[in-house]
Design a protein around this ligand. Structure first.
Ligand SMILES: [Zn+2]
Length: 78
């Protein structure tokens, strides 16, 4: 998958990093880890290049912020 210029500019794995204006939210999931923190994962699709991004937000030591979702994890053809 070829990323558009704005996707290429997204700062990955950084808490609080902004996305970009062409990202459209398609899903949000919030889950509570027992005796731990609440994890919020939002999924976005870029309306320019179709890239799928996930934004993970949690007050733990796991990965934070933006991560690109591999295209084989997404099944819909657009
Ligand atoms: Zn894009």
């Amino acid at each position: 998958m070829l990323l558009c210029a704005t996707c290429l500019a997204v700062l990955r794995d950084a808490s609080g990093a902004p996305g970009h204006l062409s990202l459209r939210i398609i899903d949000t999931r919030r889950s509570k880890i027992p005796r731990s923190v609440t994890v919020t994962i939002s999924t976005f699709r870029c309306s320019d290049c179709g890239a799928i991004w996930r934004y993970r937000e949690a007050k733990d030591s796991g990965p934070q912020g933006w991560a690109l979702v591999p295209s084989d994890e997404t099944s819909d053809g657009g």
